[in-house]
Design a protein. Structure first.
Length: 129
């Protein structure tokens, strides 16, 4: 699986696709493979303030319930409400299935995230979510 080179990644297997001072957030292909068939996603309300590495919701699969962690600090300015009715799209195309958009409160935090090569190396080393 190729990880989009323009995204940044966390060690918890979330990605952020940055555009100006905001970014769309989702989970990686590796994460969805570990979860199995996704059956439910709980996401925050617009206006929710998040800190880097804070849980912003949960994702439930036939195997487990897992926390979703924000890769950056900021405010939720958009929520992908379509995932409530069709959470399985995360399995089909995890790198296009964004969950929330966060307006960054500290753009410097992006420097702590992994690029696609570093994330791919992390996954190949067998890091568990």
């Amino acid at each position: 699986m190729a990880y989009p080179a323009t995204y940044k990644y966390t060690k918890d297997h979330e990605w952020i696709d940055l555009a100006d001072a905001a970014g769309k957030v989702g989970i990686t292909d590796y994460a969805q493979q570990q979860l199995g068939d996704v059956v439910y996603i709980e996401l925050p309300e617009i206006g929710t303030k998040l800190k880097k590495d804070q849980s912003f919701g949960t994702i439930e699969s036939v195997k487990a319930v897992s926390e979703l962690y924000s890769p950056v600090s900021g405010e939720v300015i958009e929520v992908n409400t379509a995932l409530k009715d069709k959470p399985e799209v995360v399995n089909a195309d995890p790198h296009a299935s964004w969950m929330i958009t966060v307006r960054l409160s500290d753009p410097g935090e992006v420097g702590t995230l992994l690029d696609a090569t570093a994330y791919s190396n992390l996954v190949q080393s067998g890091a568990q979510p």
